[in-house]
Ligand binder design. Structure first.
Ligand code: NAD
Length: 265
């Protein structure tokens, strides 16, 4: 493990444009359960998985009922969102923010909807599956904060006349084009991709490592930090896996990068 951490530090120090992809495993140490890890919400409750696929369909069919569920007025989903809202960044989130501060990490592309990367201080963050902290209009693509709309009458409407939903991208819902384009541009640009806490099975997000591999760069280093091997490990898409917890490994990497950085004037 020590050897691999040193290798990652050296690879990061030698990179020109490093980006990081993150998934639900990044936030388990903040008390938010992932979906597919050994104690994941879907691993322990198969019905929850089936229900997740109904949410976008409910928004299209009956947006008022969708909003009642999301706000916790009926069903159990609102409670999950309240848990997400209360969570705080962990040492892994802070380490990625430090790597950005050190000029090493250029962009975080996250599947997480919990908003913990911006909360930890990361500035260039692409929230690929949206955020629980915003609303979005699928008709015109605009986003706004909860303080900007009234939820007295459901569903809330956009100024364009469309119906607002959570910014979160539900299963079965297309990824907003602006987000998809930004993420693909970053993946094409990078010469190092760090991938943390994701089972890498949710598409199109899970294509981004291939975009990086086949992008403009002749060789893109792909490093995984995950509790267990993934399809990226098993299919040889990642160059190596540092197996363990992001909240322990990433702070070690950030500390070593900081120590080995040339002193500023
Ligand atoms: P996933 O649940 O499919 O996989 C999580 C992976 O992280 C697993 O391989 C697990 O072994 C690993 N892991 C768990 N804890 C870890 C830790 N401390 N350190 C290192 N690895 C750890 O998650 P996914 O690939 O992100 O896909 C799930 C989807 O669900 C995503 O679209 C995501 O948006 C959503 N989701 C988000 C949150 C959140 O915002 N926090 C929580 C649950 C699910």
């Amino acid at each position: 493990m020590r050897d691999l951490i040193e290798r990652a530090v050296s690879d990061l120090r030698n990179s020109r444009y490093a980006v990081v992809l993150t998934g639900a495993g990044m936030s388990t140490e903040s008390g938010i359960r992932d979906f597919r890890g050994p104690k994941g919400i879907w691993t322990t409750d198969k019905a929850a998985e089936a229900k997740a696929y109904e949410r976008y369909e409910l928004f299209l069919r009956d947006p008022a009922s969708y909003w009642e569920e999301m706000l916790g007025k009926k069903g159990t989903h609102g409670a999950f969102y309240n848990e997400l809202r209360k969570a705080k960044p962990n040492a892994g989130h802070r380490a990625l923010s430090e790597l950005e501060e050190l000029g090493v990490m250029k962009c975080v592309i996250t599947q997480n909807i919990d908003g913990l990367h911006p909360k930890a201080g990361s500035r260039n963050v692409i929230e690929y599956h949206g955020s629980i902290r915003k609303l979005r209009c699928p008709s015109c693509g605009s986003r706004c904060g909860f303080e900007e709309v009234s939820l007295e009458r459901l569903p809330p409407s956009c100024n364009c006349g469309g119906v607002l939903k959570y910014d979160v991208v539900h299963f079965g819902e297309p990824i907003p084009l602006d987000v998809m384009e930004k993420a693909e541009k970053e993946a094409m640009e990078c010469d190092l991709m760090l991938i943390c806490g994701t089972s890498a099975v949710v598409y199109p997000f899970a294509n981004l490592p291939m975009v990086a591999k086949l992008g403009r760069k002749s060789s893109t280093t792909i490093i995984e930090v995950n509790a267990e091997p993934t399809p990226l490990t098993n299919e040889g898409i990642s160059d190596y896996l540092i197996q363990g917890k992001t909240g322990e490994i990433l702070p070690e990497i950030a500390e070593e990068v900081r120590k080995s950085r040339p002193e500023r004037d």
